[in-house]
Design a protein around this ligand. Sequence first.
Ligand code: ATP
Ligand code: MG
Length: 397
Amino acid sequence: MKEIILVKNGELALKGLNRASFEARLRRNIKHRLSPLGEVNIRSAQSAIFIEPTGEEYDCGKAVKRLQTVFGIAGITRAAVCEKNMQVIMPLAAEYLETMLKEAKTFKVEGKRSDKGFPLKSPEICAELGGYLLKCFPHLTVDVRRPDIQVTVEIRDFGAYIHAAQLPGAGGMPCGTAGRAAVLLSGGIDSPVAAYMMAKRGIELVAVHFASPPFTSLRAELKVCELLSKIAAYTGPAALFTVPFTEIQQAVEKHCREDYGTVINRRLMMRIAEKVAREQNASALVTGESVGQVASQTMHALICTDAAADMPVFRPLIGMDKEEIIKISRTIGTFDISVLPYEDCCTVFTPKHPRTKPRLADVLREEEKLSCEALIQKAFSTTDKKIITEDFLYYEG
Ligand code: ATP
Ligand code: MG
């Protein structure tokens, strides 16, 4: 039996003149995502993508799992393919969907005929196949409103396709169709979720992490690699830039007012991240901030942080509650990693009473006590780069 995978395009189906290039990008992303499983032919037709394995023994189950992390896909269906002949379609439908039909109590047949040359109209396809399946599985009854299983037969130009359940896709827009941004990735819960959300809208990401050795450990850095590997399952391999931040934090602690420490550190992070972004042809920054979550994320503090960046700063979590963020982090598999108890540079140098309503003029005055440019340049020039793939594994020794 020949089986293929039908992918239903998501929102990109609506994209007018950009549609062809978006679809081409989605096909490329799909090809890349499926490459470890063997050769497939991929083609677009009627706001769907057809994936046809070229060899025998292709693992369609594994392919579907991998496709569920490709953005730009609304739904995924495995389908049996045969010639456009009811005498072939009917027994194949019974055989292909046997397990599901045995388990179901009620069913419904849906016929779709886009090849108008096919002699039966859609209602006739339904009636014939429905009758046939009732004979094969006498325990079944028809329920057109809420059937346990819907058997769909599509008569298309290239053949007949038989399928049942459609699985949900990841939604969003194909990665790489919306420009590139640099995400400030800490080891916490929020920033990986922020990265996921922007990637879902088609943005390609590079990640920037600030580490403060020896106050933060190698394990904390590996944790960030592992977090990024979960995002890489959606985006493909991603670059991680690790910036040594100790010297800056020590200088801020030594020279600036303690209650302004947090906001100044964050401003310096922004400026360094922006340098990395420019070097990597990225045109925006992404953070996991949410209004009011901590002292550095009050509206006043965010205004001061924003003023340090010349690029737009995207904050996809800005209006979300922690519980909502946690829910997403669980579904993308980052939560369990994020809660591992390794220290972050921000927790190491947290002032006891950070200012919740910092004034930009005061912040700038405090910053003048530092040689910001030199500090930024030094941290930037000693930044380490790694490429993280979804296979990144870290075993605690
Ligand atoms: P998260 O859960 O993402 O760590 P948080 O609630 O702990 O967020 P903060 O520590 O104030 O909040 O950080 C706010 C944002 O600043 C983070 O979401 C992240 O984008 C960025 N950030 C904080 N610390 C770092 C770091 N060490 N490296 C890179 N980015 C960081
Ligand atoms: Mg954090």
